[in-house]
Design a protein around this ligand. Structure first.
Ligand code: NAD
Length: 345
């Protein structure tokens, strides 16, 4: 019974986030906890990069009462299924996976296990305990050798250039089949080079900042002739948060250039700034934020890499009213401040 003066509160929703100790998962969990979601965070703490950084991120999440940490691999038989049986999440956001284009050339098997078997287990769990919305990470790398810019979700994307991209493209197709067969509303995100505080040690911003502060040279690929549609992590997480409430509805779209499937409640959505930045301007932003010059070691193009990425961001805007907008100087400054504070440099 509600006492006089009490307000009826909306019952809290439950979200299962895989990859919660990861860069994006950590920021997303913080956002959802602030919004009152009961948040189950599953992570395998794989040693692809510094496990201590992942532990620290999870420690930060554990101060929230609504956070339930779980340690384990997504591909483990029925781990995700049993979590879903126990907690009945309204929303599943699958971010766990083996990331990184370059690593996939030397270690393709890690991608097979985490990205293909792992995603299969998430789909099976969603089939057994259907959430109101299943959302999963794909990548701008699926646009592969496409040269038409900006990249639109409705463009053909059939030329992956790395095994990483191939596994993510496969994840999109796997999820489509489950959305079709079992009616699970599914959104696939195509993320564009995400950066910001608590970022990944294998990514350029982290590596460049560390080297510049230590006075060591940085490797600049394709002689600096690269462009990336860098997306600030807080903007990305805002996009995800809003997309949670924009579940695809079979055959119900009045949006131009929607990627909604004609036979399933499934769509792909780019989350990117829609404004590519030249690599040399990016490096300049790091020099400005650190107050130190970069020593540039000009290199050839790396195998598996693409010279440019550029997101068409209209679908995200049409679905949510939101568009990422943090400029590179502001975002890089926030990263460098975090880095200096965290590593006491
Ligand atoms: N950061 C980017 O720029 C970017 C761009 C495109 C796509 N993505 C995708 O977004 C997702 C999140 O990326 P991120 O940058 O946060 O990476 P991340 O490596 O920081 O996070 C992934 C997390 O998943 C965990 N994990 C890996 N394999 C696992 C497994 N088999 N079982 C359980 N946990 C496992 C890792 O321990 C890690 O904490 C990934 O799927 C990635 O491929 C990221």
């Amino acid at each position: 019974m509600t006492a006089k003066g009490d307000h009826m509160t909306t019952p809290s929703r439950t979200a299962l986030i895989t990859g919660s100790a990861g860069f994006i998962g950590f920021h997303l969990c913080q956002r959802l906890l602030a919004d009152g979601f009961k948040t189950i965070g599953l992570d395998g703490f794989t040693d692809y990069y510094d496990v201590a950084l992942k532990r620290k991120r999870h420690d930060m999440l554990q101060v929230h009462d609504g956070f339930i940490p779980v340690e384990g691999l997504v591909e483990d038989d029925d781990l995700v299924g049993s979590l879903c049986a126990q907690h009945r999440p309204d929303v599943i956001i699958h971010l766990a996976g083996q990331a990184g284009v370059r690593w996939s050339i030397e270690n393709p098997r890690a991608y097979l296990d985490a990205n293909l078997t792992g995603t299969f287990q998430v789909l099976e769990a969603a089939r057994a305990h259907p959430p109101s919305h299943l959302l999963m990470a794909s990548t701008s790398s699926v646009y592969g050798a496409n040269t038409q810019m900006p990249y639109a979700e409705t463009d053909k994307a059939d030329t992956p250039m790395s095994f990483y991209a191939a596994t993510k493209k496969a994840n999109e197709a796997m999820a489509h089949s489950y959305a079709h067969l079992y009616g699970i509303p599914t959104t696939m995100f195509r993320f564009f080079t995400v950066y910001g505080p608590w970022g990944r040690p294998d990514m350029a911003l982290f590596k460049f900042t560390k080297a510049i502060l230590e006075g060591r040279p940085i490797d600049v690929y394709n002689h600096g002739d690269m462009r990336r549609d860098f997306t600030y992590v807080t903007d990305l997480v805002e996009g995800i948060r809003l997309l949670i409430d924009a579940a695809p509805d079979r055959n119900m779209s009045e949006i131009a250039d929607d990627s909604l499937s004609t036979i399933a409640p499934w769509r792909v959505v780019n989350i990117g700034n829609g404004a590519p930045v030249r690599l040399l301007d990016f490096i300049e932003a790091i020099e400005a934020a650190t107050g130190k010059p970069a020593i540039k070691n000009m290199m050839e193009m790396q195998p598996g890499d693409v010279p440019a990425t550029w997101a068409k961001a209209d679908l995200l805007k049409a679905l949510t009213g939101y568009a990422p907008s943090t400029d590179i100087q502001t975002g890089v400054r926030a990263f460098v401040e975090w880095y200096r504070d965290y590593y006491a440099k």
